[in-house]
Design a binder for this molecule. Structure first.
Ligand code: E4P
Length: 223
């Protein structure tokens, strides 16, 4: 399973890229706006850091404007994947730009029928929003499982990109469902690496180690 970082924050992107744990980045208009930066400059900088897919979203709401923006955004960098929202106009735009060979992350998906149609129209990724669906009293993880099954049934090449991963359980459930990618915010990725029992266990090991006389703690002496 690939992991994308769900942020437009350059420091976080650099930090996780250095660890080597992320395969790409997703942004949305709200995430870019939160950084208070020029959209194009932010996207260009992210593409220079990450050697993998970087999702950048159209702002327009009509098919014509989305198509025009998608064509422009896709030219910013070869790694760009254009995010198009799952509205009726978005479906129309997806059909047109897919034929141009533009990679699309079809986003804000809440039903398996939206995902089915997006795959038929040639989306590279489809992004079901797990956390937001759960917040609306419907199981986001059930949706992910449905989409994975439908894509397997018909051998669609579209990749399931689990989004709105607002806690670590969502990530685990997405992995168990067999998604191709999960896009994860920095704080959730931090939580995935951290476990208190690991800290307590390590503390215990080192406490015992330091009871050894200094001359016996010669682990590295022969280096
Ligand atoms: C990613 O593509 C989405 O924009 C993001 O996961 C949305 O997350 P949120 O629902 O927590 O805002």
């Amino acid at each position: 399973m690939k992991i994308f970082l769900d942020t437009a924050n350059i420091d976080d992107i650099k930090r996780f890229a250095r660890i080597g744990i992320i395969d790409g980045v997703t942004t949305n208009p709200a995430l870019v706006a939160r950084e208070g930066r020029n959209f194009r400059e932010a996207v260009e900088e992210i593409c220079e850091i990450i050697n993998g897919p970087v999702s950048a979203e159209v702002i327009g709401t009509t098919a014509d404007v989305m198509v025009d923006e998608a064509r422009k955004i896709s030219k910013i960098h070869p790694n760009i994947v254009v995010k198009i929202p799952a509205t009726p106009a978005g479906f129309e735009a997806l059909g047109i730009v897919s034929k141009d060979g533009i990679k699309v992350n079809f986003t804000i998906v809440y039903t398996s029928n939206q995902a089915l149609l997006a795959a038929k129209l040639g989306a590279t990724y489809v992004s079901p929003f797990v956390g937001r669906l759960d917040a609306n009293s419907t199981s986001g993880s059930d949706l992910i499982r449905e989409i994975v099954t439908i894509y397997k049934n018909f051998n669609f090449q579209t990749q399931v990109l689990a989004a709105s991963m607002r806690n670590v359980i969502y990530v685990k459930e997405a992995a168990l469902a067999g998604v191709h990618v999960a896009t994860i915010p920095p704080d959730i990725l931090d939580q995935m690496m951290h476990n208190e029992l690991t800290d307590i266990s390590l503390k215990g090991f080192l406490n015992e180690w330091h009871k050894l006389p200094p001359e016996k703690r010669n682990y590295f002496d022969k280096d």
